[in-house]
Ligand binder design. Structure first.
Ligand SMILES: [Zn+2]
Length: 273
């Protein structure tokens, strides 16, 4: 009994050791039990399914804005990664930006750059800069593989619980994927990101929006407006992105650094809306 437990621990340790990815933004080693080469196809499939089951808005000014701002954030990410020695990091990304007709106050970016913005968030993002703040943040979760880490953590729990019968290509993977990304109809409830992942996404997102030419101060205003929506029925985005005074203060403190980073890319003026 003891012996098999040791074997399991050894296997888990080896798995974790062999399955680390480096977060290019923080330099930190992160857990990646499911490599992006497996994760991205699942994400792309789930994204297409989501689009087929929801009303995608095309050709309107708002839909164009989502594409425009999303593209700018993607270009900013590529410029930052290239300049910091991570050429090719986005090779397998297939960016897509869609506006979906849904009153939920929400937006997300799945692995590989698959973005959805719900119409319900637009009254809170207001202009382009507010949308850039949301997309910069959501894209940063994807770039830093936060969902993947959450999925890896769930897999480890399962391995611990059921022994070694967890194959990486198991059907259970889809359940774990949906739990990590929250778009599956069966699971549906995405767990909130951890405080440290939120701070990381805030920091990276602020830099990206600044490099994209948007005033990072607008992120502070955006989260203030978002928090003001709280109360009895907090918006969906708030349920996965708990916001509070310290978060807003932290964002405010990070603004000068984001602007400084953007200046390295020749960006000296920042759009307010
Ligand atoms: Zn977040």
């Amino acid at each position: 009994m003891m012996k098999s437990k040791n074997v399991i621990i050894t296997v888990i340790t080896t798995l974790v050791f062999l399955s680390c990815a480096t977060n290019p933004f923080t330099g930190k080693q992160t857990m990646a039990l499911v490599p992006n080469s497996q994760l991205f196809p699942t994400a792309f499939q789930q994204y297409d399914q989501f689009l087929s089951e929801n009303k995608v808005i095309k050709g309107t000014a708002d839909a164009e804005m989502v594409k425009r701002v999303g593209q700018k954030i993607a270009v900013a990410a590529e410029r930052w990664l290239n300049a910091n020695g991570h050429v090719g990091y986005l090779n397998d990304y297939k960016w897509e930006y869609n506006l979906v007709d849904d009153k939920a106050v929400n937006a997300w970016c799945m692995p590989g750059g698959k973005i959805v913005v719900y119409t319900g968030i637009l009254p809170i993002t207001k202009g382009e800069a507010g949308l850039a703040a949301v997309l910069g943040h959501e894209v940063s979760h994807a770039l830093a593989n936060h969902g993947q880490q959450r999925m890896s953590a769930s897999m480890l729990q399962q391995i611990g619980a059921v022994g070694l019968n967890v194959a990486l290509q198991d059907n259970k993977n889809l359940g774990l994927f949906n739990q990590a990304y929250g778009i599956g109809s069966q699971v549906g409830v995405m767990l909130p990101f951890s405080r440290s992942h939120e701070t990381e996404a805030d920091t990276i997102g602020l830099t990206l929006m600044a490099i994209a030419g948007y005033n990072p101060e607008e992120a502070v205003e955006l989260w203030k407006r978002m928090s003001a929506q709280g109360g009895q029925a907090p918006p969906e985005l708030l349920s996965t992105h708990p916001s509070n005074e310290s978060r807003i203060a932290n964002l405010k403190a990070l603004v000068p650094k984001a602007k400084e980073e953007a200046r390295k890319f020749g960006v000296t003026s920042f759009k307010q809306n």
